[in-house]
Design a protein around this ligand. Structure first.
Ligand SMILES: Nc1nc2c(c(=O)[nH]1)N[C@H]1C(S)=C(S)[C@@H](COP(=O)(O)OP(=O)(O)OC[C@H]3O[C@@H](n4cnc5c(=O)[nH]c(N)nc54)[C@H](O)[C@@H]3O)O[C@H]1N2
Ligand SMILES: Nc1nc2c(c(=O)[nH]1)N[C@H]1C(S)=C(S)[C@@H](COP(=O)(O)OP(=O)(O)OC[C@H]3O[C@@H](n4cnc5c(=O)[nH]c(N)nc54)[C@H](O)[C@@H]3O)O[C@H]1N2
Ligand code: SF4
Ligand SMILES: [Mo]
Length: 716
């Protein structure tokens, strides 16, 4: 190094005047990696880097999204003031004006159209405290029955399946620490390598220890590459595939009779139905060679221990709930539950995908996973809230059905917190028109998202760096994220916004909170004695113990690492098996002459959900600047679509234009499009409105489409 260079570096070093460390937790997926944001103040500017921090779930690992999350939080487009739409333009107003405006409009709407004319639409990206408070806000401050949230599009199939089969829904029956020691793993419709990257070492370790990994996915992905066997099924046929696996398991007698006898109901009916099925036919339905079905079943059946994981590939189907139940049938039949290194995992999606589904944001739910239709549950929660149980509204409808109610004129106003439904809901043009029809829409967001653009009023809120609260991660582990940065401008925390509006509506008596911890303490009480019992968890314990797995019913309870060791959560302690038909009761869209290809949708590593945050993070956006359609070269040739060229994709609902991307990794009868982009690239313009009859999950993973090169479109 020359003298000159040395001098340069010394001066540079001196320029780094100070370093600040912000303790935080990633705002994105369900791993909820703990991390530190390091801010270096250099004379002219601030620079940032993020490093992982040790914790029981991810041991200090982070992925590229976590590494670059600060970029959206510090983005210049962050909302800092309440913004009111005046003649089509957003103008800054004060909080006093905003609250007055909300009060007047909410009151007017409820006077004109009834209490249920106001809907609340929530999210699983907010904290437990905020999710809890939003549920209470809808029922106590607004007295409306219409509340639901974006988790309906995410976790509802897995949640309903676990509730029906086990009597209780915690995504993982075991803690992650058991994965490395299991002998056989089925990964069904999950792309953990891109969606929960920091979970990967658990599976890599299992493999290193000799476990056999089976992946079920219509595409080869970074996840299926880890597997020993990849069942490349036709989209939407998981229920039938699970029947095929069960058939071999039963025929080859890998059945755990003692377990079934002691701990399950309904095996005989399942067995009878399975015996009546034809494996050849299952091979045809699923497109998976029978030899592979046999191999997978034998491996899973034979091994002493095994685990099954499902995610949105299986679940985001109009038979998602029963498809998951069929995978649970396999676990029960082989007795792989309630003991070490055996169990089920629904891999949660959003940061608080677990906690936000437990404390009252769902249309039919009260805190602690209680039911709004159960008299005892209503009485208990009403007593915590200090109201008469008769005042509690009844059950509402699911997220997409709220949009239908708007079109029908029953809902005329909405309070939207932390979601971008015109991009994330199926049948997107219908949803956009619904929101445009509202008399009054308030959106609480960090940015002017595509949906916020339609709002009458946008309220600025805090990002993960500024907001304190608990999040329940993929394992069911409740973790505390501390606030580490000051709020920008006049932004307020989501919980503060809810509290302020409740006060403006004259409900201060029920919303007298001045910190997240105070809300958590009420949540603890409201959840006490429920399925998801958080009573024994306190901020103090979370700080000391670094996370606790629920249920945790008292202050001395250590939390629950493994569920169902001696009994399931149904009254009689037994798991309930279900007969799942090969073909769903509500038929799925079929491909045919006009729409010959299956379309399935999902994610890429660098973007998050509707992309509002990641499209504003330069380091992430640069990796995937636009949407694309993954297509097999053979199929592309058939439809004369060159690689990397614009292609029109059409379904019965609408069309989009994206760039083609050749890939041998996908089935020739299927194309794949990620859903992180809006407007003319919004793949939900193509997805239909049909919902799973049990859990109201849309069929995001299956539509029939046709594709054509864009040049031809113009030529026509
Ligand atoms: N990078 C990134 N990570 C994320 C997110 C993100 O947006 N980006 N979102 C978070 C959220 S909220 C969620 S819910 C999770 C989602 O996590 P995943 O469910 O793992 O993600 P997806 O890409 O939606 O779908 C998973 C896989 O299902 C496959 N698939 C499609 N159709 C079928 C089918 O019919 N059957 C089967 N068996 N498989 C099928 C797809 O090819 C895909 O590889 O990820 C979380 N993590
Ligand atoms: N085709 C297709 N569609 C899908 C899916 C699919 O696989 N395929 N997956 C579905 C799934 S699993 C999910 S989870 C949904 C998610 O879909 P959305 O609910 O639309 O989720 P996001 O894109 O995360 O929208 C969150 C919004 O809240 C803002 N925000 C971020 N943090 C905060 C906060 O702390 N407070 C507030 N108030 N706002 C905040 C963001 O800026 C953004 O505008 O999409 C579903 N839609
Ligand atoms: S996106 Fe998920 S895996 Fe990546 S750092 Fe954030 S929480 Fe961890
Ligand atoms: Mo999700």
């Amino acid at each position: 190094m020359t003298e000159l260079m040395l001098k340069y570096f010394r001066t540079k070093q001196k320029e780094v005047q100070k370093e600040k460390i912000y303790e935080t937790q990633c705002p994105y997926c369900s791993m909820q990696c703990k991390m530190q944001l390091i801010e270096q103040s250099v004379v002219s500017r601030k620079q940032y880097k993020t490093v992982g921090k040790d914790n029981p779930t991810t041991q200090g690992r982070i992925c590229i999204k976590g590494m670059n999350a600060y970029q959206h939080a510090f983005n210049r487009e962050r909302l800092k003031y309440p913004m009111l739409k005046v003649n089509g333009e957003f103008v800054r107003i004060t909080w006093e004006q905003a609250l007055e405006y909300i009060k007047n409009n909410f009151t007017r709407i409820q006077e004109e159209d009834g209490l249920n004319a106001l809907a609340v639409y929530g999210s699983a990206s907010i904290t437990n405290e905020e999710a809890y408070l939003l549920g209470k806000f809808a029922r106590v401050a607004l007295k409306t029955k219409y509340i639901d949230y974006n988790g309906r599009l995410c976790m509802s199939a897995a949640a309903s399946a676990a509730s029906q089969t086990f009597g209780m829904d915690r995504g993982f029956t075991n803690s992650l620490s058991e994965i490395p020691f299991t002998r056989c793993i089925i990964l069904a419709g999950t792309n953990i390598a891109e969606c929960q990257p920091t979970i990967m070492p658990y599976f890599e370790e299992a493999k290193a220890n000799g476990a056999f990994l089976i992946a079920i996915d219509p595409r080869e992905t970074a996840t299926t590459k880890l597997a020993d066997l990849h069942l490349k099924l036709k989209p939407g046929t998981d229920a039938a595939l699970a029947n095929g696996l069960l058939k071999v398991i039963i025929e080859e007698n890998y059945v755990d009779d003692a377990f079934i006898q002691d701990r399950a109901q309904g095996f005989q009916e399942v067995k009878e139905y399975i015996t009546s099925l034809d494996l050849e036919e299952i091979g045809e339905i699923t497109g998976v060679p029978i030899s592979q079905i046999r191999k997978a079943a034998a491996k899973f059946g034979k091994e002493e221990t095994g685990m099954i994981f499902t995610a949105r590939g299986v679940e985001q189907q109009t038979d998602g709930s029963s498809a998951v139940r069929n995978f649970l049938n396999i676990l029960i039949t082989t007795g792989k539950l309630g003991r070490p290194n055996c169990g089920y995992g629904a891999i949660t999606g959003q940061g608080n995908g677990q906690g936000a589904r437990e404390h009252g944001q769902k249309a039919d739910q009260l805190p602690g996973y209680r039911s709004i239709e159960n008299e005892e549950h209503r009485e208990y929660v009403a007593s915590v809230w200090g109201i008469d149980p008769a005042e509690l509204p009844g059950k509402g409808v699911s997220a997409y059905e709220i949009m239908e109610k708007i079109h029908e004129g029953e809902i005329t106003g909405m309070f939207l917190m932390c979601s971008n439904p015109i991009v994330s809901n199926p049948n997107a043009p219908f949803v956009k028109n619904a929101l445009k029809k509202l008399k009054f829409l308030v959106a609480v967001d960090l940015f002017v998202s595509e949906t916020a653009r339609l709002a009458d009023l946008i309220l600025p809120t805090s990002s993960y760096l500024e907001d304190q609260g608990t999040m329940t991660n993929v394992e069911g582990r409740v973790t505390l994220r501390e606030a580490s940065c000051p709020l920008p401008g006049e932004a307020k925390h989501d919980w503060q916004i809810i509290v302020d509006i409740a006060h403006a509506l004259g409900k201060e008596k029920y919303f007298s909170f001045s910190s997240a911890e105070e809300i958590f303490n009420e949540l603890r009480l409201a959840s006490q004695g429920g399925m998801a019992d958080y009573y024994g968890i306190t901020y103090e314990r979370l700080r000391k113990e670094g996370g606790i797995l629920w249920p945790c019913p008292d202050l001395l309870h250590k939390g629950t690492m493994r569920l169902f060791e001696t009994s399931f959560a149904h009254r009689d302690g037994k798991a309930v098996m279900a007969v799942v038909p090969n073909k769903p009761v509500v038929p799925k869209e079929e491909t045919g002459k006009e729409y010959p290809l299956y379309l399935t949708t999902g994610r890429v590593m660098s973007h998050y959900l509707t992309g509002v945050q990641t499209r504003r993070s330069p380091a992430l956006a640069a990796r995937n600047i636009e949407s694309y359609m993954e297509i097999h070269p053979q199929t592309a040739e058939e439809y004369q679509i060159p690689d990397q060229s614009l292609v029109k994709i059409e379904s019965r609902r609408g069309s989009i234009i994206v760039r083609s991307k050749y890939s041998e990794a996908i089935r020739p009868d299927t194309v794949f499009v990620p859903f992180h982009w809006a407007d003319s690239q919004n793949v939900n313009n193509l997805v239909g409105k049909e919902l799973d009859p049990v859990c109201r999950m849309p069929g995001f993973k299956l539509s029939a489409v046709k594709v054509s090169p864009v040049n031809d479109v113009y030529a026509n």
